[in-house]
Design a protein around this ligand. Structure first.
Ligand SMILES: [Zn+2]
Length: 393
């Protein structure tokens, strides 16, 4: 997108502050469960199309060793391949009985801090967390009616993490070097740094810590067959906060690790873990089914990413991209991340102002469903045929 930087960029956390239950030894159970051809296919097609990971890999006769640095003196893990051309695990049937819905952002008193809040004049304020929670509640009811067991990571406007910005004060101080403000006069430097430290501590709270806490809840308690992250997109405002005509849809699966991200051993571990647990075939099938249903209901065109966009197109569906987001990296198993609509598109904005309602209402002369029901119903329409009803094996 030429003029607009999508707000999803904010979700692309590159450093993870929490420690995760898995370490490399947890991957031992995947020994001889994947052929070299399948491993290389998933790496090149989904997880690392840039081939940046190959700088850290050495292939043996029937194994691959991953190293911490490109010098390859510090081995982290060796995976032995299966001899079969294709291993049984990649063809094992999957079911979607337990579905977790993750409504994006905290909202409420935190919405302005998260920069997921705007208000025009005396209109109803727009908080992304209100939109995603409204859609998640409607979607939960639809999926339960279709026979799934559905869990929400949150059902209010409080953080899932028990940390708060002040808990990250010392870390923020450390991560905000004074040198950044060297060109400022001394008093300005002091003021600018204080503001930057505050912002950094807030980001460590509402982004890193909150996403890690939700991942922990999903991985250790909910343990779903599938996680759906619900978001609503936006484009950057111009100086006058004018509403825009552009309006698009994108659906993310996990993948496309960048060279800068792969310097981090935690990211290498997550790449291996996601590749070996075979999340991808499920993510791709769900993403394509949901994208097709959402595109048909919303008539939105796909988001387009340039070569440096941090997302890469995977498969034949024009709406489905692979992207390495903290929200789909830290959560085990298949995760599909939805980002329909631009909140600051003029029609979307008008529909948000109308709130949720049954039936249709007039929007600029066109009868339209509540935008929340259009969101939830289209996701449910896409998912329904993939759901195995409760009680059935
Ligand atoms: Zn969002």
């Amino acid at each position: 997108m030429g003029r607009a930087r999508l707000l999803t960029l904010l979700a692309a956390v590159t450093c993870c502050t929490a420690s995760y239950a898995t370490d490399w030894s947890a991957l031992e159970r995947y020994q001889q469960t994947i052929s070299r051809a399948e491993f290389e296919g998933l790496l090149a097609g989904v997880y690392c199309p840039s081939a940046a990971l190959t700088n850290y890999l050495t292939f043996g006769t029937n194994s691959v060793t991953v190293f911490s640095s490109p010098e390859r003196t510090d081995a982290l893990f060796t995976l032995r391949f299966s001899s079969a051309a294709s291993s049984p695990i990649s063809h094992s049937p999957w079911s979607l009985k337990r579905i977790a819905l993750d409504p994006g952002h905290i909202g409420g008193e935190w919405a302005r801090m998260e920069e997921r809040f705007f208000q025009r004049g005396k209109d109803r304020p727009v908080q992304e967390a209100v939109l995603t929670l409204t859609a998640a509640r409607l979607l939960k009811a639809r999926l339960e009616a279709a026979g799934a067991e559905v869990f929400l990571t949150k059902d209010n406007f409080q953080p899932v993490t028990d940390k708060r910005p002040e808990d990250f004060r010392a870390q923020a101080e450390q991560e905000t070097p004074l040198i950044r403000f060297d060109t400022f006069p001394p008093l300005d430097r002091e003021a600018a740094r204080a503001d930057a430290v505050r912002k950094r501590a807030e980001i460590l709270f509402y982004r890193s810590s909150e996403i890690a806490a939700r991942a922990k809840l999903l991985n250790e308690e909910i343990k779903p067959d599938l996680t759906i992250c619900l978001h609503v997109n936006a484009v950057e405002w111009d100086e006058c906060q004018s509403l825009v005509d552009d309006n698009r849809l994108v659906v993310f699966v996990h993948g496309d690790y960048l060279a800068s991200e792969l310097k981090d051993d935690d990211q290498k571990l997550r790449l291996f873990s996601k590749l070996l647990d075979r999340s991808h075939p499920v993510e791709q099938a769900v993403a394509e089914a949901v994208a097709t249903a959402m595109a048909s209901a919303t008539k939105l065109p796909p988001v387009e990413y340039g070569p440096a966009g941090g997302a890469i197109h995977v498969g034949d569906n024009p709406y489905v991209f692979a992207r390495n987001l903290a929200a789909n990296r830290l959560v085990n198993g298949p995760v599909v991340f939805l980002e329909p609509y631009y909140m600051n598109n003029r029609v979307v904005y008008e529909r948000i102002q109308l709130g949720d309602y049954e039936g249709t209402r007039d929007v600029n002369g066109t009868p339209m469903k509540s935008i929340f029901r259009e969101y939830a119903d289209s996701v449910a329409d896409g998912l329904e045929k993939l759901i195995v009803p409760r009680g059935k094996p």
